[in-house]
Structure formats: C-alpha cells, structure tokens
Design a protein around this ligand. Structure first.
Ligand SMILES: [Zn+2]
Length: 122
C-alpha cells in the first residue's frame, strides 16, 4: 500500500532542503542557526534556574514535615526539578531560537559569495 503524494515528493525531508543564494544562485549554503544555539542555551539556563527556585520554595513547604524530610526533599527536588526544567527550557529555547532563525535572522550564508539571507528573502 502506497499513499499517493501528488506533489512535494521531498516533503519527507524538508529540513534538508537547502535554499539557493539569491545573489549568485549557488547551492553552497551554510546555516548559521544562531537563534537555535543561543535560544537552547538561554532556555536551559532559565529553565534550570526557575526549576531550582521552585524546588527551593518546595523545600520551605517541606520543612513543616521535619528538617530531615526537608533536606532530602530539597536535595532530590533541586536535582530533579533542575534537570527537568532545564531540559524543558532548552527545548523551548531551541524552538524559540529556531523560530527566530527562520523569521528574523539571516540564517543562511552563501559560501560562494558570502551573502547572508533569511528564509523569507526574495
Ligand atoms: Zn552567493
């Protein structure tokens, strides 16, 4: 059974489609992905920080249950929340960065002539 795909036979690997330089028509284009790189890093830092902050405020609540419980809860909470929030933040940041790459930055650079251009450039 084959699904009929009337158009866009390359739809399976859209991400691999390399645009051509609008100036010299060269296909030797490199992507810069600046937003994705920095977005992921910033998102990871922001997520980890907020995760740790949440975990610490949780530890304060846990203190009512006893100092040992608070200590154990805080240690586990900081590590787990930090990792989870950091990963979530990194993913969110990468997504945001990718959107910035596609919409704002000149994400592509021509190796032939050095021209930089974005996805939406004519
Ligand atoms: Zn070029």
């Amino acid at each position: 059974m084959h699904d009929l795909i009337p158009e866009q036979p390359w739809a399976g690997d859209v991400m691999d489609v390399v645009p051509r330089c609008p100036r010299c028509r060269s296909a030797q284009i490199e992507t810069r992905n600046l937003g994705r790189k920095y977005g992921g890093a910033i998102g990871a830092i922001a997520g980890t920080t907020s995760g740790v902050t949440l975990a610490l405020s949780g530890a304060e609540v846990g203190f009512v249950g006893g100092p040992i419980g608070a200590l154990m809860g805080a240690a586990a909470g900081v590590v787990i929340d930090g990792i989870v929030a950091g990963a979530a933040g990194c993913a969110a940041g990468s997504k945001l960065g990718a959107a910035i790459d596609q919409n704002i930055l000149d994400n592509y650079r021509c190796r032939a002539c050095g021209h930089t251009f974005g996805d939406t450039s004519p």
